[in-house]
Design a protein around this ligand. Sequence first.
Ligand code: NAD
Ligand code: MG
Ligand code: MG
Ligand code: MG
Ligand code: MG
Length: 339
Amino acid sequence: MTEIVYDRDADLSIIQGKKVAVIGYGSQGHAHALNLRDSGVEVVVGLQEGSKSRPKAEEAGFTVKTPAEAAAWGDVIVVLAPDQVQRHVYRDDIAPNLEAGNALVFGHGFNIRFGYIEAPEGIDVVLVAPKGPGHTVRREFEAGRGVPVIVAVEEDASGSAWALAWSYSKGIGGLRAGGIKTTFTEETETDLFGEQAVLCGGTSQLIQYGFETLTEAGYQPQIAYFEVLHELKLIVDLIWEGGLAKQRWSVSDTAEYGDYVSGPRVITPDVKENMKAVLADIQSGAFAKRFIDDQDAGAPEFKALRKKGEEHPIEATGQELRALFAWKQQDSDYVDGSA
Ligand code: NAD
Ligand code: MG
Ligand code: MG
Ligand code: MG
Ligand code: MG
């Protein structure tokens, strides 16, 4: 059995005794900074002059320094800028300000795994990756719960990097749910695979194809939206609570039988072969290189794909419907229709 680490297994006083510089105040950054502060940790936020995140961090009452000043001030430097920006921030602002005994904390292993950041000797390098979006990490903490974390140590210069990593995990509330040990390689490759093949890529494409199939057959787009998108959350909630088995138990026998006979017709064995090809591109670094090369060129491919996604007819239908219905929820900075 995998060992699960809980609050009782970690010593919060370790991170409470450190000065923690959180670089970036976006989805993960705001959640880590706020949760740590609520756990009695001294936190400063590092952001460039003119950053759009600055007013948010200042309104929340944080001292905001430049990334370089924050890195110089902190004992623990938490790298929560976007993955494609991290190696620049690291080279220009963090590396020149590292001192022996400092620790670098990452929320995702991308830059270490693919060699874009190489920390010098004498520095602990740890990963605390919450298995959920940053806004959920904050919301769960405020509700007295936590989002599970997976934790790794790449460099244990101090000999106490694991204790620090667990203490940090406790500070952001992750050990209320539980933490498990991983490696930078396992976290990075499985995280990229999960989001590409199933959670984001696979699900988005499945929804779009379902919507296109129904609307092209002449059904109302509003009805199609309910059937292939809105209800997905209700189904996923059941899967989350009790696995596929609970979902199949809860739906009608008609739906359960349709699941067995039509699921494998839609998601055929060659889809699994495609997944293996996606995994191979992740493992070889080909995906990472394509992403970073595009970003370095000003992200032309990324921007074109984002625009194409926004223009899919399901978005207009969804925006119209969500404005009319009582289930509409607003719990983040996201403004509907202005992605
Ligand atoms: P984000 O895009 O939401 O926020 C990035 C933050 O970094 C913003 O505040 C931005 O202003 C700031 N920033 C940009 N350039 C900067 C620079 N040069 N110097 C300092 N700050 C800069 O990013 P995110 O989605 O929170 O991702 C951060 C890290 O967390 C990534 O490694 C990501 O893979 C990981 N992660 C994210 C999620 C998530 O929920 N989004 C989940 C797990 C792990
Ligand atoms: Mg995003
Ligand atoms: Mg990810
Ligand atoms: Mg139905
Ligand atoms: Mg049933």
